[in-house]
Write a protein that binds this ligand. Structure first.
Ligand code: 6GU
Length: 266
């Protein structure tokens, strides 16, 4: 997979040289290039921002450096490819659709991703219109809070996407059991010693009864999800849950109404 990141703070992306993503780059599984947007600003001060039309606080990123920068990673400068074969341009923004594991899986299938990190009050809107003729443009948010720029969001997204690219994770089974892979939070994990400062590992995990261990872990997933992320269970199709799951949910106060799981009344 090819990944191009554009930023006025390319040093921010240095973390992509480390750990799993860094190794995947060395192995040639990910080809990550970080570009300094200022290299595409050609006025005397290499400026990338200006004051907003209509007034208001802060500065807006100028369109021309963005057009030059984004063009530099397209196969030919202009003539648009068939819409479906265009690279995806992710534009990190608190005004985007929320990034989740399903989107990470979707983007992990792509051959070429580009990320346009905005700073200041954002990028001139016409850049997105121009880019839509050359990329599949996707404004994406990490969640309902505001960062100063897209760089930290890109670190999060590239890590979430990159680890799903085949070969990047040594043991692909670990992807199956982690949080969100089955719409539930992950079960708790423990290691030695079995008794530590008065806290004990749950008894069932010390024995070799694999069916009992599996049932315990599944129950813990449901308990955790109900307590920390109740909205992930509300409205779940009861048909997708085992009888054991439904028994656990019922013990947590959930009921099934019209085939859907409903939380206990307040
Ligand atoms: Cl993707 N960008 C910025 N600037 N702020 C954010 C965000 C992204 N996601 C949440 N807050």
């Amino acid at each position: 997979m090819r990944i191009d990141v554009f930023s006025i703070f390319p040093e921010y992306l240095a973390a992509l040289d480390l750990s799993l993503i860094g190794k995947a780059r060395q192995k040639g599984l990910l080809e990550v290039s970080v570009h300094d947007l200022r290299d595409f600003a050609f006025d005397r001060h290499r400026s990338v921002d200006d004051t907003p039309y209509g007034g208001g606080a802060g500065m807006v990123m100028k369109p021309e450096p963005w057009a030059l920068a984004l063009t530099s990673v397209l196969p030919d400068d202009g003539a648009a490819a068939e819409p479906d074969s265009r690279p995806v341009l992710v534009v990190p923004s608190p005004a985007g659709r929320v990034f989740d594991q399903a989107l990470a899986y979707e983007l992990a299938e792509e051959e070429h991703l580009a990320f346009a990190c905005g700073r200041y009050e954002g990028i001139d809107e016409r850049v997105l219109e121009w880019a839509a003729e050359r990329f599949r443009v996707m404004p994406v948010s990490l969640g309902d809070y505001v960062l100063n720029g897209g760089e930290v969001a890109v670190l999060a997204m590239v890590e979430a996407i990159g680890r799903l690219v085949p070969g990047v994770i040594g043991n692909p089974m670990s992807l199956v059991e982690e949080s969100h892979s089955d719409g539930l939070l992950e079960y708790p994990v423990y290691t030695k010693p079995a008794s530590w400062r008065g806290y004990d590992v749950p008894e069932v995990l010390l024995g070799g009864n694999h069916a009992a261990i599996e049932a315990f872990r599944r129950e813990e997933q449901l308990r955790r999800t109900a307590s920390r992320r109740p909205e992930m269970l509300d409205g779940r199709d009861a048909a997708d849950l085992s009888r054991q799951d439904l028994a656990v949910a019922s013990g947590l106060g959930y009921s099934v109404v019209d085939g859907k799981l409903r939380p206990p009344a307040e």
